[in-house]
Design a protein. Structure first.
Length: 223
């Protein structure tokens, strides 16, 4: 096998794996959205509020982010650029945090319908696990600088600000560990800080690994 054929095969593999992550993440979101659209307001005061709440969950946003980035990488495994590097790192970190927080803090707190159980597995288990495995396997790497790490913090901070401001206005918080009504502002902020620390530890861990794992840039040739 020539080097060129080997590079093409690796690029094909990368495209397939990124596409698989996108299908899991966006498919899970689609199931949740269809359920929300056809099932009425549920416990929300209005149907519109239920849709807004759906897209206010970090789980949904992180799966949309990893899904979109993975689609872009499926189209071009070598896609790059300063903004895309931040989006890629954010997607990887957010989906990893989604999996970690759900499986350590939130699992089992709600009763799931059959379709909800399928979506739950896709959003909280399969997409997070596969996204990390795919990054370790096909990258793209190297892509993470210290500047990229610091810019990646902007989105989760913005989400936390939005969550607390909207919660103060409506009384609804997406997760029990951020519920000011139950925990008080101090307790909710402490929990938010702990999640932020996990995010930063993961970010610098990815930065460290990015410079030590094999360079995938040469193998992800355009086909």
């Amino acid at each position: 096998m020539t080097q060129e054929n080997s590079m093409r095969e690796r690029a094909t593999l990368a495209r397939f794996l990124h596409l698989l992550v996108a299908v899991l993440a966006l498919g899970g979101v689609a199931i949740e959205l269809v359920t929300a659209l056809v099932s009425g307001p549920g416990i929300a005061p209005t149907h519109a509020e239920r849709i807004v709440r759906l897209f206010s969950y970090f789980t949904i946003e992180s799966n949309l982010l990893i899904g979109g980035v993975s689609l872009a990488l499926a189209a071009d495994p070598r896609r790059d650029g300063p903004v895309f590097r931040v989006l890629r790192l954010d997607a990887l970190l957010c989906i990893a945090v989604t999996g970690i927080v759900y499986n350590t803090v939130l699992r089992g707190l709600t009763t799931l319908t059959p379709s909800g159980a399928v979506a739950n597995a896709m959003l909280h288990d399969l997409a997070p696990l596969l996204a990390v495995v795919v990054w370790l396997w096909v990258g793209p790497r190297p892509r993470v600088s210290a500047r990229t790490v610091w810019w990646s913090v902007v989105y989760p901070i913005a989400w936390l600000v939005y969550t607390f401001l909207r919660g103060a206005a409506t009384g609804w918080y997406p997760y029990p560990f951020l519920d000011v009504n139950v925990l008080g502002l101090g307790g909710a902020l402490l929990n938010a800080t702990l999640v932020a620390v996990v995010f930063l530890v993961l970010a610098w861990g990815v930065r460290w690994a990015d410079g030590r794992l094999p360079d995938t840039g040469r193998s992800a040739a355009r086909t």
